[in-house]
Structure formats: structure tokens, C-alpha cells
Design a protein around this ligand. Structure first.
Ligand SMILES: C[S@@+](CC[C@H](N)C(=O)[O-])C[C@H]1O[C@@H](n2cnc3c(N)ncnc32)[C@H](O)[C@@H]1O
Length: 274
């Protein structure tokens, strides 16, 4: 994966991210909402792939006394978050909020730093999810919680069938996530699988939608495939998945949480199918 190109893509998406990433917003809200039902009172929270700070606002409402660290490798996403209106600033006035421009694959913190680590719709961009989960486990305090959402194997299945369009994100299965959590000393995991389908009036608007939120083909080695012929083939391919004359993009989503140490209650892995 060409990381510099990814950073550039997310930088270009930053100014319109809040209005474009509607589905991501719904997923993130549902994810953060789960904290209302989990017994935890974190002093320090890290949001990995924080983008424009939407999670930080939700987290600050639930945990008004906590310090919140927003981490993103896109400086423009962080800039948008920092410049949010005075209403948002007021929400954070009595507490500390930090902006960290860094790569999630090189997390710049000491062990045992955070009581809660959150990441919505971002860890699929990691180059090594196993190493990332190991680092996250190290960064958590003893009673710490990791809460995340990401996309699963069948996400953008309509594009995956298009052989030339190699999307290089890590879309794993829910079983693989369960294994990675288990291998990295996370306990009492709860994993939920959900499906979303977005409908579009044409293949081009589906592709534009992906570009707007920073999802583009990141492999520069296939430049010859770009251009009009490539685009026509891609549109033709997407049209094969049309339903009721609408183009479709599918998303398979995981929402999960797990603890750094085992709770006293019985440890069970629960899979829920919607
Ligand atoms: C799809 S957005 C999700 C943003 C937000 N959490 C949400 O749910 O709406 C993914 C974010 O992760 C960031 N990101 C992607 N790869 C990253 C990396 N390796 N290190 C840090 N941030 C990264 C992008 O810049 C982008 O802001």
C-alpha cells in the first residue's frame, strides 16, 4: 500500500468528510452508544483514525472529565477537527483535548496510558492488524477497554469481483477478528456483525461516493488500467449488481469490544447475526 498516497487521499477528503461520510457516522454513533451500557469511567481516551473529531464530541458528552487524544495520519482531518465551531470548543473547554498526527502502525505512546481506546471505521487501513491489536493491548491500563468497528470481508464485494480493481484494505472475517483479539490477550470479547447497502442512481455516483470519503485504489503500479477504458469496464461491472435500477455498494461491518484483563464474569464470545 502506498501510504503517502493514502494520506493525500484522506487530506483531500477532510473538508467534506462530515457531510460525505454518512454511513460511517451512523456506525460510529452506534458504536460509541454502546459505552452507555458498559461499566467504565476512563480518565484518558485514545481515538485511532479520529478524522474530524466526531467521536471525540460523542465521547466528551459521555465522559465529561476525560482527556481525549485524537490520532490520525491525515493532518487535514485533524485541522478540521481543531477548527470546529465554538459550540464544540465549549464542550471541551474544561478538559484537555490532544491532537496527534501519527500512523496507527507506529503508535507514539508509553504502555499503560489509556483506559479506553476507540477506533471506528479505521483499523482496516492498518498494514498489520495483529501488531496493531498487540500495541493497543500494551497501551491499555489494566482495566482498559478496546472498542472498535471496522469492515468485514464482504465489504464492497461488488468491487472485489472486479479483478483489476484491487482494493488493498484489510477486510477480515469476524472469526479472524475473534482470533486476533484472543491471540493478543483481550478478554470477554463481544463481536457483532451487521450489513449495510447503499443505493446509487448510477455507477459513477457510487464511485464518486467512495472517492469523497478517501477510499480509492491505492496501488500505483496499475496506472495503465486507469483512464476511460478502465472506467467503462468498471461501470459495466458495477451495473451487473444493479437492483431495481439502482447501483449497490455493500458493507459488512463488525462492532466489537474486549477488555485487557478477564472480568470476573464468565468469558464468552458472542456472535450476533442481524
Ligand atoms: C474512514 S475514516 C473514519 C473516521 C472516523 N473514525 C469515523 O468513523 O467517521 C478513516 C480515518 O483513518 C485515518 N487513517 C487511515 N489510515 C491511518 C493510519 N495508518 N494511521 C492513522 N490514521 C489513519 C484516515 O486519515 C481517516 O481519517
Amino acid at each position: 500500500m502506498n501510504k503517502l498516497k493514502k494520506i493525500k487521499d484522506f487530506n483531500s477528503a477532510a473538508d467534506h468528510y462530515d457531510s460525505d461520510a454518512i454511513m460511517q457516522s451512523m456506525i460510529a454513533e452506534e458504536l460509541i452508544d454502546r459505552l452507555h451500557y458498559i461499566k467504565i469511567n476512563p480518565k484518558r481516551i485514545l481515538d485511532i483514525g479520529s478524522a474530524t473529531g466526531r467521536n471525540a464530541v460523542l465521547l466528551a458528552k459521555i465522559f465529561p472529565a476525560a482527556e481525549i487524544y485524537e490520532l490520525d495520519f491525515s493532518i487535514d482531518m485533524l485541522r478540521v477537527s481543531m477548527n470546529k465551531s465554538s459550540g464544540f470548543r465549549k464542550l471541551f473547554s474544561s478538559k484537555k483535548r490532544y491532537f496527534i498526527n501519527a500512523d496507527m502502525d507506529l503508535l507514539p505512546f508509553h504502555d499503560n496510558t489509556f483506559d479506553l481506546i476507540v477506533s471506528s471505521n479505521s483499523i482496516q487501513w492498518s498494514e498489520n492488524i495483529n501488531a496493531l491489536f498487540k500495541n493497543i493491548n500494551n497501551l491499555l491500563t489494566i482495566d482498559g477497554l478496546f472498542l472498535f468497528s471496522s469492515f468485514l470481508k464482504n465489504t464492497l464485494i461488488e468491487l472485489q469481483y472486479f479483478k483489476e480493481h484491487a482494493l488493498t484494505q484489510n477486510f477480515l472475517t469476524i472469526q479472524e477478528y475473534a482470533e486476533i483479539l484472543n491471540n493478543n490477550n483481550f478478554y470477554d470479547p463481544v463481536l457483532i456483525r451487521d450489513e449495510y447497502q447503499n443505493e446509487y442512481d448510477g455507477a459513477l455516483s457510487a464511485l464518486r461516493d467512495l472517492k469523497k470519503i478517501g477510499v480509492t485504489k491505492s496501488d500505483e503500479s496499475h496506472k495503465s488500467l486507469r483512464g476511460k477504458n478502465y472506467l467503462l469496464k468498471l461501470i459495466d461491472h458495477l451495473d451487473q449488481f444493479k437492483r431495481n435500477d439502482k447501483n449497490i455498494l455493500s458493507y459488512e461491518v463488525i462492532m466489537a469490544h474486549a477488555w485487557k484483563i478477564r472480568n470476573k464474569e464468565e468469558s464468552v464470545i458472542r456472535f450476533t447475526k442481524s
